[in-house]
Ligand binder design. Structure first.
Ligand code: HDD
Length: 743
C-alpha cells in the first residue's frame, strides 16, 4: 500500500502511513512511489559485482541473470527497508539505534578523499608492456630480459593545474604516469608529455605550483596559467623558459591522450649484473602519431565536452582501437655526459635525438578500461621511488626531491601506510616482509615472527635478504662540502628554448607567439608582461618582437643571461608535432551533419570510405532521433546539432537536402558548425545541396582546396584521403587576426 502524495494544502493527517520499499525489479510501483524503479526487461542480463579488479580485499558478490541481489550493510546484514529511517512512532525522533542509517550516512560523509595536489584530473587504463628488444646488455631489470614477454601496466594521464572536476583541454602539461607490475616489483615511470620541466631543483616545486594554481584570495582562475601569479613566477625564473616554449606550443593542447608522446624527463641509470651503469632517458612514442588541437578549438571543446580526452580514450578502447606507444631509450655513458653542452642532471634540458638516437625496445598497449574509476584511477599511487633492480636514479636534484614527495603525498591522500594493499597498487609478484599494522592493514604477516634477524629457522622465520637478487644502488662516489648551491653547469637557460623554437614549422611558431600573447594579455601588470618578453629576446628576436607587438608593448631590453646562449644549435625535426603527424586518418573522427532527405548514396559512400580508412564517424542532425535519407533509410544521430559542434571532430562533412540546407541556414549552431570547422583549418566535405549553409555562414566565397565536393559517391574516398592531412594550415593566415604576413 503506497502513501499518497499531498494534493492540496490541507494539513496532513497525523497518522502518516509507512512508506514501504518498492520491489526494485520490474514492479509497477505506481506514480506515487517515492522512488520509482526503472522497469528491467525480462531478458536483460542483470549482473552485479563489486568492482575488485585485482581480486584483493574481500569477497566479491556476483549476481547472475534472473537473480536479484539482497541489499546489505557493509557488514553483510540484509536490509529490510532502505526508504525510512528508524523512528520512535510514525512522527517521532529518529533513533540512534538505526545502525543501517548511521553506517550509510557515515560512509557517504567519507566518500571523498583529498584530490591530488597536482595532477588532480586524470584518466587511466590497463594494458601491457611487451619487450621487443632485449636490454640485457645494459640492465639486469627483469622486465628487460626476455623478448616477447608481457608485463601488466596501468597508465594514468592527467592535467596538472586544474582540480578534479576541471575541463580536459586546459593549456597545460599532461601527466603520463606508467605503473609496470614487473616480476621484481612495481616500476613507476611518472613522466609527462613534455621532456623537460619548469624548474631544476625540487625545492621550488611548491612555489611553481602555488603560482599556477588559482590565487589564494580569490580562488581563480581555474585550470589556467594565463594570470599574473604564474607569469610573475616564470618571469623571475629564467630556467623555466625552455619548458615555457613547450607549454606555449600545441603540445599543451593535445588532440587526445593517444596522440601524445610521454617522457621520463630525468636522466636515470640502467645497471647491469656486474654493477656497471649506463645513463638512460625514457621516451613513449605514440604509434597513432602526434596531433594537437588549436587554441580557439580548445576553448570551445571545454564547453562542448569537458570530458573530451577521457571520452576519447574510453571510446577508443571500448571500440577495440587500442592505443599503442613504443618505449624508446636514449643510452649514453659518462664520456657523452661529460662532452654534452649541458648537464644531463638538469631536467630543463633534452638530449636531441640527432645526438643520441632513440632505440625502441618495447611497446605499451592499453586494452582495458577500468571497472571502477575510484578504486583504480583515483586510488592509484605512483611513486618515482619505485624502481626494480637494474634501474636506478641519477643525482638530478628534481628527481631526488620527487623521491621523497610521492610517498609522502600518498599517505595524506590514501590515509595511511597501507595504500600498497589496495589492489591497484599491490605488486603482482611475491612479497614478503615484516611491516605490519596501521590503518586498513589487509596483509599482516602470519605466524609468530615479525622481526629479523630471528632464529626460528627457514620454515617459521620468514623472509631473508638476498644480496644477489636484491636491489643494489649504483655505487656512485660522492664528495664535497655540504652546501645549498645550483651547479654552474645548470646556468644556460635559453639555448635549448631557442633550439625548440627553431625546430618548429612556421605555423607552430605562430601558435607559440599567439599563445604567449593570449596568456600575457590576461596578465594585469604591464611590468610582468614586459619582463617575460625580456627573456624571449634571449630566445628569438622575431618571437620577442611579435609578442611585444601583439601586446602593444615597447620592446624591452633583453634579460641578463647567466650564461650567453648558444644561438646555433641545430633544429631537430623530432620536436615538431606537424612533422610527426599520423600517416593516415585511422582512428580519427569525422562529424557528418545530415538532414532529412540527404542523399543516401553519398552518405553511404562516405561511411564506406571512413570504414576503409579505419576512421570513425558520428552523425549530427537537427534532431537526436536522426534523419531519414533520400532512400527512406533512417539514420540515428549521435548529437543534436546544438550538442555536436564541429570542434569535436577531426574533419566534417555536410550532406543535406535542399530543404535541410534552407532549414539549417537559419540555425546559429549549424552556421557555427561550418564556420568553426573552416576557422580551425579542417578538411570539409560539402554535399551538393549544402552550399546554402556556407553562404549563410558568410564563408562560401572563401572555400579553398581543403573544402572538397561530395556531390558524387566517388568523391567520398578522395575526401577521406585528403583528411589525412588533418589541417589545411595555409587557411589560418586568412582567418586569424594575429596571423603574421611573414609566417
Ligand atoms: Fe610530480 C604527481 C609528473 C615534478 C610532486 N607528478 C605527479 C603525477 C605526474 C607527475 C604524472 C601524477 C601521477 C598520477 O597520475 O597519479 N612531477 C611529474 C614530472 C615532474 C614532476 C614529470 C618533473 C620532471 N612532482 C614533481 C616535483 C615534485 C612533485 C619536483 C615535488 C617535489 N607530483 C608530486 C606529488 C604528486 C605528483 C605532490 C601529487 C599526487 C601524487 O604525487 O601522487 O607528490
Amino acid at each position: 500500500m503506497m502513501a499518497k502524495k499531498p494534493t492540496s494544502t490541507k494539513p496532513l493527517p497525523r497518522s502518516a502511513k509507512k512508506i514501504t520499499p518498492p520491489d526494485l525489479v520490474g514492479a509497477d510501483v505506481g506514480g506515487e512511489s517515492p522512488q520509482k524503479a526503472s522497469p528491467v526487461p525480462d531478458d536483460a542480463e542483470i549482473s552485479f559485482a563489486f568492482a575488485d579488479p585485482l581480486g584483493g580485499g574481500g569477497e566479491t558478490h556476483q549476481v547472475a541473470q534472473g537473480e536479484v541481489a539482497t541489499l546489505t550493510t557493509q557488514q553483510g546484514i540484509p536490509v529490510a527497508d532502505d526508504q525510512n529511517s528508524l523512528k520512535q512512532g510514525s512522527r517521532g525522533p529518529t533513533l540512534l539505534e538505526d545502525f543501517h542509517f548511521r553506517e550509510k550516512i557515515f560512509h557517504f560523509d567519507h566518500e571523498r578523499i583529498p584530490e591530488r595536489v597536482v595532477h588532480a584530473r586524470g584518466y587511466a587504463a590497463h594494458g601491457f608492456f611487451e619487450l621487443t628488444d632485449s636490454l640485457a646488455d645494459v640492465s639486469r631489470a627483469d622486465i628487460f630480459q626476455r623478448v616477447g614477454e608481457r608485463t601488466p601496466a596501468f597508465v594514468r594521464f592527467s592535467t596538472v593545474a586544474g582540480n578534479k572536476g576541471s575541463f580536459d583541454l586546459a593549456r597545460d602539461v599532461r601527466g603520463f604516469a606508467v605503473k609496470l607490475y614487473t616480476q621484481e616489483g612495481n616500476w613507476d615511470l611518472v613522466g609527462n608529455n613534455i621532456p623537460v620541466f619548469f624548474i631544476q631543483d625540487a625545492i621550488k616545486f611548491p612555489d611553481l605550483v602555488h603560482s599556477v594554481k588559482p590565487a589564494p584570495d580569490r580562488e581563480f582562475p581555474q585550470a589556467a596559467s594565463a594570470h599574473d601569479n604564474f607569469w610573475d613566477f616564470i618571469s623571475l625564473t629564467p630556467e623555466s623558459f625552455h619548458m615555457i616554449m613547450w607549454t606555449m606550443s600545441d603540445r599543451a593542447i593535445p588532440r587526445s591522450f593517444r596522440t601524445m608522446e610521454g617522457f621520463g624527463v630525468h636522466t636515470f641509470r640502467l645497471v647491469d649484473a656486474a654493477g656497471k651503469s649506463t645513463f638512460v632517458k625514457f621516451h613513449w612514442k605514440p604509434r597513432q602519431g602526434l596531433q594537437s588541437v588549436v587554441w580557439n578549438e580548445a576553448v570551445k571543446i571545454n564547453g562542448a565536452d569537458p570530458d573530451f580526452h577521457r571520452r576519447d580514450l574510453w571510446d577508443a578502447i571500448n571500440g577495440g582501437d587500442f592505443p599503442e606507444w613504443d618505449l624508446g631509450v636514449q643510452l649514453f655513458d659518462d664520456a657523452f655526459a661529460d662532452s654534452f653542452d649541458f648537464d644531463v642532471l638538469d631536467a630543463t634540458k633534452i638530449i636531441p635525438e640527432e645526438l643520441v638516437p632513440v632505440r625502441v625496445v618495447g611497446r605499451l598497449v592499453l586494452d582495458r578500461v577500468v571497472d571502477n574509476f575510484f578504486a583504480e584511477t583515483e586510488q592509484v599511487a605512483f611513486c618515482t621511488q619505485n624502481v626494480p633492480p637494474g634501474i636506478d636514479f641519477s643525482n638530478d636534484p628534481l628527481l631526488q626531491g620527487r623521491n621523497f614527495s610521492y610517498l609522502d603525498t600518498q599517505i595524506k591522500r590514501l590515509g595511511g601506510p597501507n595504500f600498497t594493499h589496495i589492489p591497484i597498487n599491490a605488486p603482482k609478484c611475491p612479497m614478503a616482509h615484516f611491516q605490519q599494522d596501521g590503518h586498513m592493514a589487509m596483509r599482516n604477516p602470519k605466524g609468530r615472527v615479525n622481526y629479523e634477524p630471528n632464529s626460528w629457522g627457514a620454515a617459521q622465520g620468514g623472509p631473508r635478504e638476498d644480496p644477489a637478487r636484491g636491489f643494489t644502488s649504483f655505487a656512485e662516489a660522492a664528495d664535497g662540502p655540504k652546501q645549498r648551491v645550483r651547479s654552474e653547469s645548470f646556468a644556460d637557460h635559453y639555448s635549448q628554448a631557442r633550439q625548440f623554437y627553431v625546430s618548429q614549422t612556421p605555423i607552430e611558431q605562430k601558435h607559440i607567439a599567439d599563445a604567449l600573447v593570449f596568456e600575457l594579455s590576461k596578465v594585469e601588470r604591464p611590468d610582468i608582461r614586459s619582463r617575460t618578453v625580456s627573456h624571449l629576446r634571449n630566445i628569438d628576436s622575431t618571437l620577442a618582437a611579435t609578442v611585444a607587438d601583439g601586446l602593444g608593448l615597447p620592446l624591452p631590453d633583453a634579460a641578463v643571461a647567466a650564461r650567453t646562449p648558444i644561438a646555433d644549435l641545430p633544429a631537430s625535426d623530432k620536436l615538431s608535432i606537424v612533422k610527426n603527424g599520423p600517416a593516415s586518418f585511422r582512428g580519427r573522427k569525422l562529424g557528418i551533419l545530415i538532414s532529412d532527405g540527404a542523399d543516401a548514396a553519398i552518405f553511404k559512400a562516405l561511411l564506406a570510405a571512413v570504414d576503409a580508412e579505419g576512421a570513425v564517424y558520428e552523425v549530427v542532425a537537427p534532431k537526436i532521433a536522426g534523419a531519414t535519407l533520400s532512400d527512406g533509410t533512417t539514420v540515428a544521430a549521435r548529437h543534436k546539432i546544438d550538442g555536436g559542434p564541429s570542434v569535436l571532430f577531426d574533419a566534417v562533412a555536410v550532406i543535406v537536402s535542399a530543404a535541410g540546407a534552407a532549414l539549417l541556414s537559419r540555425d546559429a549552431a549549424a552556421r557555427d558548425f561550418v564556420t568553426d570547422a573552416f576557422a580551425h583549418c579542417k578538411y570539409i566535405g560539402i554535399g551538393a545541396e549544402a552550399e546554402a549553409i556556407f553562404v549563410a555562414a558568410g564563408i562560401a566565397e572563401d572555400l579553398d582546396e581543403a573544402c572538397l565536393p561530395l556531390g558524387r559517391p566517388g568523391q567520398a574516398a578522395t575526401f577521406v584521403e585528403a583528411c589525412r592531412g588533418l589541417r589545411y594550415w595555409p587557411r589560418e593566415l586568412t582567418v586569424d587576426l594575429d596571423a603574421r604576413p611573414e609566417a
